[in-house]
Design a protein around this ligand. Structure first.
Ligand code: SF4
Length: 380
């Protein structure tokens, strides 16, 4: 793992951040994922002091997209930050070792950090036919995840596949693929669904566990509330078009070119809890489905992605204002330009009078004898 650890070090600017910048970036990242200022400062200090938990990262049925997404971030390079924060003792995609050497690394890390390491699961776990559809080192994924999770301090399922089965579990699900929470019934599993999961959500969860030994507040599906507490629809940049009734009718039409709401083309944003609109991928503005003109397909929701046909519409999960406001009735009339101008004159006149009155008071306080009280000015 020395190769991995040779990324940026908190003590040197060579190849990464100097200590001061490192602390600053960690503090900002911790605050961005919902930790308060003092918790963020403790996280940064612990990270800078070199407190690193062992991480054992397992891969099962998946495309490795969550790891790829993690490694493709920048400003700051989150991969470097994570590799500075944790001791990544086993990761099949990143480690140079293979075969017996890799198996030995896994067993050594489990033995040296028993009860203290973080087990990260990436990929679904096949359960049909005793789990024979995914085998590593002669063991099924089912055996491996049970064995590694059993001695872990915390289990994090990263991505939709590890959280609830994802694409491998789509009908007819020939391998009986499912997520880590289903097979680890006696363990609390933090789920970070997404296809891929946003690396910052992993960073926030890992940061909190590293420094404080606690996990973030979770919803009833094990998802951190700081990232999954709201629906896409509640923070969507196209929401104003939804509220105004301006919808894309088909891809490529005028509404699509104008960036209108994608609800009628099957957007699952109203039923999808995720933070893609505010925590964008690769720190690139609009690098997410709706930003690119495609409907959200609900990848963080077990009952939506790969279940509901792509272009079917969904119920609105939690209507919020202003779409619950009463409609504006045309019969009540419109506000014309002349009326707006007159209102402006009245408001402007009132402000001007107030300003002159204040100046008058100020002049009086600077030495002029006060005039007799004016009933009109004091009655209110
Ligand atoms: Fe955005 Fe989809 Fe909601 Fe339209 S339906 S406002 S595109 S989340």
């Amino acid at each position: 793992m020395d190769d991995l650890r040779s990324f940026a070090s908190p003590d040197t600017a060579e190849g990464g951040l100097d200590r001061r910048s490192f602390v600053k970036v960690i503090t900002m990242a911790a605050a961005a994922v919902g930790l308060n200022a003092s918790a963020a400062a403790r996280v940064a200090e612990a990270a800078a002091a070199g407190v690193k938990p062992s991480v054992i990262w397992l891969h099962f049925q998946e495309c490795t997209g969550c790891t790829e997404s993690l490694l493709r971030t920048s400003h700051p390079d989150i991969a470097k930050l994570i590799l500075d924060l944790v001791s990544l003792d086993y990761h099949e995609t990143l480690m140079a070792a293979s075969g017996n050497q890799a198996e030995d690394a896994l067993h050594a890390a489990m033995k040296a950090n028993e009860g203290k390491y973080i087990c990260v699961v990436e990929g679904a776990i096949p359960t049909r036919d005793d789990g024979i559809y995914c085998m590593i080192g002669g063991k099924t994924a089912l055996q491996l995840v049970e064995e590694v999770a059993d001695k872990a301090a915390a289990v994090i399922a990263i991505g939709s596949c590890a959280s609830w089965g994802g694409i491998p579990s789509a009908d007819p699900n020939p391998t009986g693929a499912t997520g880590a929470p289903t097979v680890l019934k006696d363990k609390a599993v933090v789920t970070l669904p997404g296809c891929p999961a946003n690396p910052y959500i992993f960073l926030g969860t890992a940061l909190q566990f590293v420094a404080l030994g606690t996990l973030p507040a979770l919803d009833d599906k094990g998802r951190p509330m700081f990232a999954y507490g709201r629906t896409i629809h509640e923070h969507c940049p196209r929401r104003a078009h939804f509220d105004a009734g301006r919808f894309v009718q088909q891809f490529g039409d005028e509404g699509h070119r104008q960036g209108w709401c994608l609800y009628k083309t099957g957007c699952k944003g109203p039923a999808t809890h995720a933070s893609c609109s505010t925590l964008q991928f690769g720190e690139t503005v609009d690098a997410w489905p709706i930003g690119l003109g495609h409907p959200c397909f609900g990848c963080t929701e077990q009952k939506v992605a790969f279940r509901v046909p792509l272009h079917d519409t969904v119920e609105i999960d939690r209507p919020t204002p202003p779409d619950t406001y009463p409609p504006i009735e045309a019969s009540q009339g419109k506000v014309g330009a002349v009326a707006t101008g007159l209102t402006g004159l009245v408001v402007g006149g009132a402000l001007g009078a107030g300003y002159r009155f204040a100046k008058k008071l100020s002049a009086e306080n600077e030495g002029d004898p006060p005039p007799p009280p004016d009933d009109k000015e004091v009655t209110s």
